[in-house]
Design a protein around this ligand. Structure first.
Ligand code: 6GU
Length: 224
């Protein structure tokens, strides 16, 4: 999979993609992530990328020309399955969206700043808009890093233990059951006996009961 990201703060994206699973995916050649600095497509000597909004009001709006130039240049090199705009005024990311995106070949992500982008960018170029939750971040970069991490770990071969990604919380719309490792007894706090029983059908039953219980307590909305 190839992921291109257009950003006005490319530095923010360096670190998240050079660690752990995303780094391993890049090293294995399963994911290629390329970051493009929108500023270099800016207008004039000052490389302008934003301007005040028509109709008045506080806050700068990202202009369409630098974004259009950048997107068109990238589109000349490959076809994108999705052109995603990261913005808080969109449907929130969930596991189903991450699963679907992990099957794509080429994804382009535009990260917003300031008051957002000129709405014509959304109308002309964007095929999907994603928020990561009901709160506002300074820019879309951290949100894009979240989306990329959620997608990349699902690409077959990225996670060694094939089972692992599929048994994550949310893959069945339930939270994960509790997990334990050695010691079996920490200062009198014992691991549930069933997990030490070796009775695997019983362990599976216990795990699904606990997953359901925790979901009911913490995220009842997931059960609806
Ligand atoms: Cl995608 N962008 C920004 N700026 N804030 C957010 C967000 C995105 N998702 C949640 N908050």
């Amino acid at each position: 999979m190839r992921i291109d990201i257009i950003s006005v703060a490319p530095d923010l994206l360096e670190s998240p993609f050079n660690h752990s699973i995303v780094k391993r995916a890049k090293e294995k050649g399963l994911a290629e992530i390329v970051i493009h600095d929108l500023r270099s497509y800016g207008l004039g000597n000052y490389k302008q990328i934003d301007d005040t909004q028509f109709g008045g009001g506080a806050g700068m709006v990202m202009m369409i020309e630098p974004i259009a130039t950048c997107i068109r240049k990238l589109q000349a090199e490959r076809n994108y399955d999705e052109i995603i705009y990261m913005t808080p005024d969109a449907a929130t990311l969930n596991q189903a969206t991450a699963n679907t995106l992990s099957l794509k070949e080429n994804i382009l992500i535009l990260t917003g700043h300031y008051k957002g982008v000129d709405h014509r960018v959304r109308a002309l170029f964007i095929t999907k808009e994603i928020s990561i939750g009901d709160y506002v971040l300074t820019g879309g970069e951290l949100a894009a890093a979240v989306v990329v991490d959620a997608i990349v770990r699902l690409i077959p071969g990225v996670i060694g233990d094939e089972q692992s990604a599929l048994t994550d919380s949310f893959q069945d719309n339930l939270l994960s059951p509790p997990v334990y490792t050695r010691p079996a007894n920490f200062e009198g706090n014992k691991v549930p006996a069933v997990l030490l029983s070796g009775n695997f059908p019983k362990i599976e039953d216990w795990r699904s009961d606990k997953a359901y219980e925790r979901t009911e307590q913490i995220r009842p909305d997931l059960l609806k």
